[in-house]
Design a protein around this ligand. Structure first.
Ligand code: NAP
Ligand code: ZN
Length: 347
């Protein structure tokens, strides 16, 4: 076994604190990565606090991982020691079912998707995430990372990036479309960047007046404060698409009214409570309410390559790992600009 160190929570009410643990040895199909940076996703907070169901404690969160390869197994030919690499939300799956064969490993038909943390690996051991100094991962789930981009800003692409890129691509969002991005946090700011890059007209829908200037700087063409009924009034039947990144309970019906005929609202935010939808909100205009879960490995690589080509990274605040609990509190207050990234050199 390999000795690793990281930050873990030992119960749903505990703060994260330093913790030493073990990872498996590098197997024939494995890649060992020395972690440089790891983003803080709101999903980390949901899980550390068991908001999506009981977590496995101690929990070492983190699924926006960028680092440098320090060892590879005998069967690994796509990666070499010394290269940069990334890991997102998954570290394994059955790798032979229909979903896996079609690059949608997050929906493995054999229910063997192994999440990067808070999950059981194929051998029954618990997985630990990127708030740590090193990680061992099956080569299929390791991504190539370009050295052309600022690595600190690349880390959040592994979750916030792919989670917003994937549905925008699936629905072929681009020139001529009016897109509303709901919530300006980690996912929201990447949704703005991608939708603008794909040629859409983008409106930021936010509860935070202080974020207007940043939304425009990120590329949004318009900013609407959703708490102001006067501003919202003008959005009746306005959008072709809304991408909803909100992490807390909110009124879905209010936003469905903003969709034109056949408009689509894509939920990527995952509040703990079930949604309350009035049938009429969907029927009037044959509107579509759908969701999207991260993205498969081939599309994640496509997204990383697109970002390298178009110089797209996340806007981040780099933190010392000892400040991770303060960062969580700030995320919960929507005070994030626009992703916290842990510098693992501080571990
Ligand atoms: P985040 O950085 O905390 O951003 C969420 C934003 O939502 C906030 O900045 C805030 O933006 C807005 N917001 C928060 N509370 C709100 C409320 N009560 N009403 C209205 N707006 C509110 O979170 P994130 O990391 O982007 O993650 C967002 C959600 O996506 C989380 O639930 C996360 O678990 C989920 N997620 C899903 C996937 C997937 O595969 N589908 C992947 C990753 C994350 P404003 O200040 O602009 O209002
Ligand atoms: Zn995430």
């Amino acid at each position: 076994m390999l000795n690793a160190k990281g930050y873990a929570a030992h119960s749903q009410t505990d703060a994260l604190q330093p913790w030493d643990f073990e990872r498996r040895d590098v197997g024939a199909d494995d890649v060992l990565i020395d972690i440089l940076y790891c983003g803080i996703c709101h999903s980390d907070i949901h899980q550390v606090r068991s908001e999506w169901g009981p977590a496995i404690y101690p929990i070492v969160p983190g699924h926006e991982i960028v680092g440098r390869i320090s060892a590879v197994g005998a069967n690994v030919s796509r990666f070499k020691v010394g290269q940069l690499a990334g890991i997102g939300c998954m570290v394994n799956s059955c790798q032979h079912c229909d979903s896996c064969n079609h690059g949608q490993e997050q929906f493995c038909d054999n229910k063997q998707t192994v999440w990067t943390y808070n999950a059981r690996d194929k051998d029954g051991s618990v997985t630990y995430g990127g708030y740590s100094n090193k990680i061992v991962c099956d080569q299929h789930f390791v991504l190539h990372v370009s050295g052309k981009l600022d690595l600190k800003g690349v880390a959040p692409l592994l979750c916030a990036g792919i989670t917003t890129y994937s549905p925008l691509r699936k629905w072929k969002v681009g020139k001529g479309h009016k897109v509303g991005v709901l919530g300006l946090g980690g996912l929201g700011h990447m949704a703005v960047k991608f939708a603008v890059s794909f040629g859409a007209e983008v409106t930021m829908l936010s509860t935070s007046p202080s974020k207007e200037a940043d939304a425009k700087r990120l590329g949004a063409h318009k900013f609407v404060l959703t708490k102001d009924p006067e501003q919202v009034k003008n959005l009746d039947r306005y959008f072709d698409f809304i991408i909803d990144t909100v992490s807390a309970p909110h009124d879905y019906n209010m936003y469905l009214q903003m969709l034109r005929t056949n408009g689509v609202q894509i939920c990527v935010g995952l509040p703990p409570e079930p949604l309350k939808i009035a049938g009429g909100s969907l029927m009037r205009g044959n509107r579509v309410l759908t969701a999207s879960s991260i993205g498969g490995i081939p599309e994640t690589q496509e997204m990383l390559d697109y970002c390298a080509e178009h110089q797209i990274v996340s806007d981040i605040e780099l933190i010392n790992i000892k400040d991770v609990n303060t960062a969580y509190e700030r995320v919960l207050k929507s005070d994030v600009k626009y992703r916290f990234v842990i510098d693992l050199a501080t571990l």
